[in-house]
Design a protein around this ligand. Sequence first.
Ligand code: ZN
Length: 227
Amino acid sequence: MDDIDDVIKRAKETGVKTLISVTEEASEFERVIQLSKIYPGLVAPCLGIHPVQGCGSQDQHSVTMQDLEPALPLFQKYREDIVAVGEIGLDFTPWYAPHIQQREEQQAVFRKQLDISKDLDLPVNVHSRSAAKVTIGILKEQGIGCALLHNFAGRLSVAMEGVQAGYYFSFPPAVCRNEQRARLIKQIPLEHICLETDSPALGPDKHVRNEPKNITLSSSAMLLSYG
Ligand SMILES: [Zn+2]
């Protein structure tokens, strides 16, 4: 991204104090750490291996243990620098994980990273798609105390299980396009709701790259949801 200085400048002008820069793959870890050194106090790194790898490439696939392996020493190397472990989680969209083996391997990768978060005493930033119940079940079973479920789209009863476990739910600007989600958000207690942009995805306009300054739009979307 060659206009990163401009993106950061616009975020600051909007009043953003800290932005959490999140990885999906091991190859991104060093870059995010570097970014946090260039913008100290502003960019906070969050490292994790996403359930879907190779996004935007020909090699898009459900995560495997091999994808996690190169990340393991990096979690230790940067343990003092990172603010959370993520994005980790489960994505059972049939397109990515048509077979039970893939869904099981995703769970193994997820559990391993939950162990790491406990070892490092860090919160987790969790992605779940078509897997809400299993995701929350694993978080609880592993004794995770602090979790953020980002862009959650599961059933209300499952969300409430997360609320009871003390978890947080964050929503991006794109929810303003989604009435069903607005109904879900309205039921989640406000003190369990956070804002996110999920840049560069899930912006107010599907076809335009999202960026951190749009966090104000996430808050407008929440206000609308709460009516
Ligand atoms: Zn995600």
